[in-house]
Structures are given as structure tokens and as C-alpha cells.
Write a protein that binds this ligand. Structure first.
Ligand code: UGY
Ligand code: MN
Length: 273
């Protein structure tokens, strides 16, 4: 390989393509979990969406026939001036947006919200919203979508904000070395999904194999760690994505040298439909 930049397009002159851990060879698909390393998110796997202009997307998770995934998660990259007048084609589907780069203006029920990196928005199912990339560089953000499971008398409210304005909760017994920022109120049963930011200081761990009914979408925002997934230990780093089916045992060890941080989707607060 002649280039030092693993993301630069490179074509082999013959034989097999190179197998570098920064490219695609760390991808894993099992019944219990999927790992999509950042190197897989290349031009060749982008989708265009009919509702969006000047946009490309990488779909990281979606329900597939015979599978057990009930949410979709994509990274969208919207060039300046691009966007959508009606992003969500399905009235029963709610969404959560988390911005990683650029500036995204969301107009929800007539009110404009400008989101920059760390900014988030929860869009209840059936609400009216539009989105526009208003910065000088492309807006790059996560869009998690799920079919809302209504309960009589409970109405989830839209919420917009900034990660740094939400006080993180220290996980029990960890002296704040493992903490969770919860943009949506965990006590409010109107919400049937959460998207949290989970942070570990170097050396911090999930000290037991969590095994729970909730699925996860997990995108590494910063740092690296070894992640326990079902019976395997898998190295992950910034830009990698993991999805976990219900009951997939999970733990992690954040070896440093910096913080390990990820965006974590989970379904919550509902019986099986
Ligand atoms: O909230 C959670 O389920 C979280 N502790 N799981 C995780 O970070 N893998
Ligand atoms: Mn978990």
C-alpha cells in the first residue's frame, strides 16, 4: 500500500485487496450483534434518500427480513444548502438526531432550532418538521428512527438541546468514571426510546456482562476500547458502529489513553407488541 491515509481510494494492481484493520476487515455480523467498522463507510455503500436533497447516507442498522432489529440508524451528510421539507415519510415513526459536524437547522411545528456538534433533537411521530444544512461545511449527523408504540394518555414531547447542557449521571459505584448523559427524561414513560451519550475515563469498565431485553445501536464518538459482545471481545475505536440484538451480553474495558465515548440507542418502557 503506497498511501499513508487509509481512507484514500486505492486500487490494488493485482491480487487480493489489502487487509487493514482501518478498512473493512473488522466487520462482523452475527445473530447477537453486528460491528460495522468506520472503514466500511465509504462512498460505495452510500444511499440517496428521495426526501432529501444534496444528501448521502450510510445506513448502519435497519430491520431485515427474519431478523430481530426494530430500529434504523443512519449517518446523513447534507451539503450546505441541502435538506428536506418532509424528512420522515412515515407518520408512525419517531426520530432522534445527533449532530457530529456542521450546522443543521430543524424547523419543528414552525419553530427553528439550530443544531451544531453535540446538538440533538427528538421528533415525535407524526409531527411536522423540516431540516436544512445551514453551515459552511456539510452537516453530518445520526438519525435514529423507530416506530412509536403509543400508550393512551402519554404524549412524548419534542426536545432540542445540546449534550453539554445535560448533567451526566454517574453509574453506581464508579465515582463518575463511567457516566451517562440522558437527553430524554428517563422517568418520562411517554418516551419509548432513549439515545444517550456514554462516557468512560481511561481504565474505566462496564464491570459485568449486561444482559437485557433492550436492543442497542452504538456509535463510537471518541477513543477506543475492547467491547464484550456475546462471547467475543472486539476492539472498537472512534467511528465504528455496533448494533446489539435484545439480550446480547455486553461489557467493555476502556484502555485509554483518552476518554471512550459513544452514542447509545435503546428501546425502553414498553411491552412486546
Ligand atoms: O444503558 C445501557 O444499557 C448501557 N449501560 N449499555 C451499554 O453501554 N452497553
Ligand atoms: Mn446496555
Amino acid at each position: 500500500m503506497t498511501t499513508t491515509d487509509p481512507y484514500t481510494y486505492w486500487a490494488p494492481t493485482g491480487g487480493h485487496p489489502p487487509q487493514s484493520d482501518l478498512l473493512t476487515d473488522r466487520a462482523i455480523v452475527t445473530e447477537a450483534y453486528t460491528v460495522i467498522p468506520r472503514g466500511v463507510m465509504r462512498d460505495i455503500v452510500t444511499s440517496n434518500l428521495p426526501e432529501w436533497t444534496r444528501t448521502r447516507s450510510w445506513v448502519l442498522s435497519k430491520p431485515v427480513a427474519g431478523g430481530a432489529v426494530t430500529f434504523s440508524q443512519s449517518i446523513l451528510e447534507v451539503a450546505p444548502g441541502g435538506g428536506s421539507d418532509k424528512p420522515e415519510p412515515q407518520a408512525e415513526v419517531e426520530g432522534f438526531i445527533f449532530v457530529m459536524a456542521g450546522q443543521l437547522e430543524i424547523t419543528h411545528e414552525g419553530q427553528a432550532h439550530t443544531l451544531t456538534p453535540g446538538g440533538f433533537g427528538f421528533l415525535p411521530a407524526g409531527s411536522t418538521w423540516s431540516a436544512k444544512s445551514t453551515g459552511a461545511e456539510a452537516a453530518r449527523f445520526h438519525w435514529v428512527r423507530k416506530r412509536y408504540q403509543p400508550v393512551a394518555g402519554l404524549n412524548p414531547e419534542a426536545k432540542f438541546g445540546e449534550e453539554s447542557d445535560v448533567e451526566p449521571a454517574s453509574m453506581p459505584g464508579t465515582d463518575n468514571r463511567w457516566r451517562t448523559t440522558r437527553p430524554l427524561d428517563p422517568e418520562n414513560l411517554a418516551y419509548d426510546m432513549h439515545v444517550n451519550i456514554v462516557t468512560f475515563e481511561p481504565g474505566a469498565v462496564i464491570p459485568f456482562a449486561e444482559t437485557h431485553e433492550m436492543e442497542h445501536g452504538l456509535y463510537v464518538l471518541e477513543g477506543k476500547a475492547v467491547y464484550r459482545l456475546n462471547g467475543d471481545w472486539v476492539e472498537v475505536q472512534e467511528g465504528d458502529f455496533i448494533s446489539m440484538r435484545a439480550f446480547c451480553p455486553q461489557a467493555c474495558y476502556a484502555g485509554g489513553p483518552g476518554r471512550f465515548r459513544y452514542l447509545l440507542y435503546k428501546d425502553v418502557n414498553r411491552q412486546v407488541e
